[in-house]
Write a new protein. Sequence first.
Length: 156
Amino acid sequence: MNTASGTLQLADDSGTLWLGPIQLNSAGTLQNSQCTISGASSASAKGNTFSLNLYVAFSPAFAGQKNVYGSATGTSNVTSGWQLLGTWQTANSMPSNVSVVPNTGTGTGGTFTFTFADTAGVSSLSSAWMQFGTPGIWAVAIVTHLTLASLSITPC
């Protein structure tokens, strides 16, 4: 945020280049693979305090708990340094592999129960992949459009 010009910039995915700027209180957006920030954000100053109301939409790939940091720089280039200000759990869906039962054994086959979960609920799971063997050497690979978070298969 450039307080003098009222503009926002966003770091690119590598953190080495700046995207933008866009003007505060505008319809513009800036986006990298982790988030989109909106020019509809606003800022205010009163006395010694500067406040930025920044609208951020997190990308699904950026799911999970994130630390939130802040740093301020004065006109004489004196800085507060980066400080942890809080944490934020993105509301983005995050699927996970829970278990397979049985998870060990021997024999010519059997019934396996695979269990999957999603932080946004079962309806956010669109598919599940199961594989027997080493990745890249597919003995069985199944893609299933889910209506339940747990399903059973009998390997071929």
